[in-house]
Design a protein around this ligand. Structure first.
Ligand code: COA
Length: 240
């Protein structure tokens, strides 16, 4: 399975799943260029990021894979599924949507004052019930990005819109989101559930946009059930 982080994030945002799903899947959690431990310029467009993920998988000699992503990473996963349908065994979309318009005042603030912009972003992103230490850690890791990274990521999100095409995805799909997500509200996940054939939707109570770290057990359990279902399906398929 390949997992892609969101805006201003890194592979660290999947720590609970790397731990909790290690017995079930070999997981490649990428740091996109300009994020985490990867240097280079950040991808300007979601399409570019999806192509970079394909390059990473090529380098690892991985053909077909379950691909998942959070927020911007979920946009990249959708784009990957649309561009390389033959490479996708399953799609896991966490706190994301088929269109990711961004509040203009957030983009304006980030362009003028990165620190204040990150503050506004994180005040919307982290659920009200998240513990203080998680809130601090998420805020710090996002604020630590060089100025321009968070803004660039959100500009890529703002340009992303596959609402008219998402129904062509044929891969088994799971959409997960926090019930209190203000950035990609449950409505976005329900849209994915209604437009991708056979997709299931899990809305996690008491979580905001960072559902996979705010409610790690619930998110990991939903991913586990999905992965087990995929395995069963593969075994029962002709030739499986
Ligand atoms: N899935 C389902 N529905 C969606 C959607 C998605 N991915 N994206 C937008 N929509 C819906 C909206 O809810 C809206 O429905 P409504 O007319 O019934 O209210 C409609 O499509 C149009 O929305 P949108 O394209 O977003 O334009 P807008 O001008 O109405 O709103 C924002 C623009 C920025 C205010 C709005 O997108 C928003 O609040 N976004 C969330 C905050 C944010 O910045 N998120 C960051 C994402 S990374």
């Amino acid at each position: 399975m390949c997992l892609v982080h969101g805006t201003g994030g890194s592979s660290a945002v999947w720590a609970p799943q790397l731990d909790g799903l290690a017995d079930l899947a070999h997981i490649v959690a990428v740091d996109l260029p300009g994020h985490g431990r990867s240097d280079g310029s950040i991808p300007k467009r979601i399409e570019d990021a999806a192509a970079l993920v394909a390059d990473v998988l090529d380098a690892l000699r991985i053909g077909r894979i379950v691909i998942g992503g959070h927020s911007m990473g979920g946009a990249i996963a959708q784009q990957f599924a649309l561009t390389y349908p033959d490479r996708v065994d399953g799609l896991i979309l966490v706190g994301t949507g088929a269109r990711l318009r961004v509040l203009p005042r957030l983009l304006d603030l980030l362009a003028r004052d990165n620190a204040k912009g990150v503050e506004l972003l994180m005040s919307l992103a982290i659920g009200a019930k998240a513990p203080a230490d998680l809130r601090t850690a998420l805020h710090r890791s996002t604020a630590d990005n060089p100025p321009g990274v968070v803004l660039g990521d959100l500009q890529a999100c703002d340009a992303f819109d596959v609402m008219a095409r998402i129904s062509t995805v044929a891969a088994p799909t799971l959409a997960i989101c926090g019930e209190e997500d203000q950035l990609t509200p449950p409505k976005y996940s329900r849209f994915l559930g209604e437009h991708i054939r056979g997709a299931s939707v899990v809305v996690v109570a008491g979580a905001g946009h960072y559902v996979q770290v705010e409610k790690p057990d619930e998110t990991t359990a939903a991913m586990r059930e999905f992965l087990v279902g995929l395995r069963r399906r593969a075994i029962s398929a002709p030739g499986g």
